[in-house]
Write a protein that binds this ligand. Structure first.
Ligand code: CP3
Length: 349
């Protein structure tokens, strides 16, 4: 297909138009974790295949990415994978055990553990995920954008340092306070890796990318500024140079609005605790906001869901906006709740 024709098709996608700053009557909508355990068709795939098997088999990863698109017709698909998957070619011994979440058997706690951290070529180490993206771009409806993603250096480091579920971040903070150079070194290595990986995801066919920094909110603003801002600014500057549209998401980030405004991502995705109107006032003109319905609202009755969806839409004040949840959809979410959410967003014109 000639390149210009492909560009024209991509420019028609509602998501792509909104993230270029166009004000649309109806915002594009997708949901974090939109593929996953609340969908019976996902659970059917998981009966036969482990989570990591799904992530590493291009046909299966593409299939579960498509499931919520077929069922709901979201404006964007998010590649099915996990933020921790690229830590494996970097040297992490990663497992997902039922009921335990992710576990890494070789945590990074000391200088000598850095010897386990390897550099790798993302085209080799992540070949299966990049192939899933190529399959998806062929199979997705033309009007559906494809979002690639990574974990942010800080959030990735919390899993690797703690060896799994990071709370209460004791080892992370120990490393940050007692060995700041080692900690920064790890963040830089992760920053280089995610930059290469995101560039490769876009080269393979992703329209835009999102950087998940789930745990950044545990840092006060001065720590975020000292440790997180420099590495993320480098990542987003490189993406920007390559013309890539990027979203930054951090949970519990109400105290970091000023810092997030300086990162260099075009879109900032907020959790449900920050009113979009307040974030808008703290951010530069042209910054696009994503979010931020509380995922637990989808467990409520229809009237409440509709009312809260309208509240988020009103908070967006007619400025460029990507409708989403404030964090991932919960596994116990009833499917009709998602249908009601979509109906309410799309009747907003
Ligand atoms: O959004 C999407 O639908 C795309 C796929 C996606 C997954 N994880 C699939 C997944 C994305 C973007 C992620 C990101 C991710 N993974 C984050 C950042 C965003 C967030 O939710 O805060 C984090 C911190 C992880 C790490 C992770 N992966 C944890 C802590 C867990 C276990 C907890 C849980 O919910 O089971 C996972 C597993 C995981 N990642 C599942 C899915 C669908 C569940 C796997 C299964 O049992 O089938």
């Amino acid at each position: 297909m000639p390149e210009t024709l492909e560009l024209n098709t991509a420019a028609k996608r509602l998501y792509n138009r909104a993230v270029k700053g166009e004000i649309l009557e109806i915002p594009p909508v997708w949901l974090m974790r939109q593929a996953g355990r609340y969908l019976p068709e996902y659970m059917k795939v998981r009966e036969k295949h482990s989570f990591l098997e799904v992530c590493h088999t291009p046909e299966l990863a593409a299939e579960v990415t498509l499931q919520p698109i077929r069922r709901f017709g979201f404006d964007a698909a998010i590649l099915f994978s996990d933020i921790l998957v690229p830590l494996v070619p970097m040297g992490a011994d990663l497992r997902f055990e039922k009921g335990h979440g992710p576990q890494i058997a070789n945590p990074i706690r000391h200088d000598e553990d850095m010897r386990n951290v390897k550099s790798f070529d993302v085209h080799d180490g992540m070949a299966d995920v990049l192939e899933a993206i190529r399959l998806l771009r062929r199979e997705l409806p033309e009007e559906t954008a494809l979002i690639g993603f990574v974990g942010a250096p800080f959030t990735l480091s919390t899993y690797w340092i703690e060896g799994g579920k990071p709370e209460p971040f004791a080892n992370v903070k120990r490393l940050m306070y007692h060995h700041p150079d080692l900690f920064r070194g790890l963040l830089d290595r992760l920053g280089d890796m995610i930059t290469d990986y995101l560039l490769a995801q876009v080269e393979a066919g992703a329209d835009a990318v999102q950087v998940f920094d789930t745990w950044a909110g545990i840092m006060p603003a001065h720590e975020f500024r000292a440790f997180n801002l420099p590495v993320l600014q480098r990542v987003f500057a490189k993406l920007d140079d390559a013309g890539i549209t990027a979203t930054y998401f951090a949970k519990g980030s109400d105290h970091l609005l000023t810092e997030m405004n300086e990162l260099g991502s075009r879109i900032v995705s907020l959790d449900w605790r920050t009113p979009l109107s307040r974030a808008r006032r703290e951010m530069t003109d042209g910054k696009i906001l994503q979010g931020n319905l509380d995922p637990t609202i989808l467990l409520a009755d229809e009237e409440t869901i509709r009312r809260e969806v309208r509240r988020v839409l009103e908070e967006a004040e007619g400025k460029p906006h990507v409708f989403n949840l404030g964090h991932g959809i919960l596994p116990m979410t009833p499917i009709p709740s998602v249908e009601i959410l979509l109906d309410e967003v799309r009747r907003s014109a």
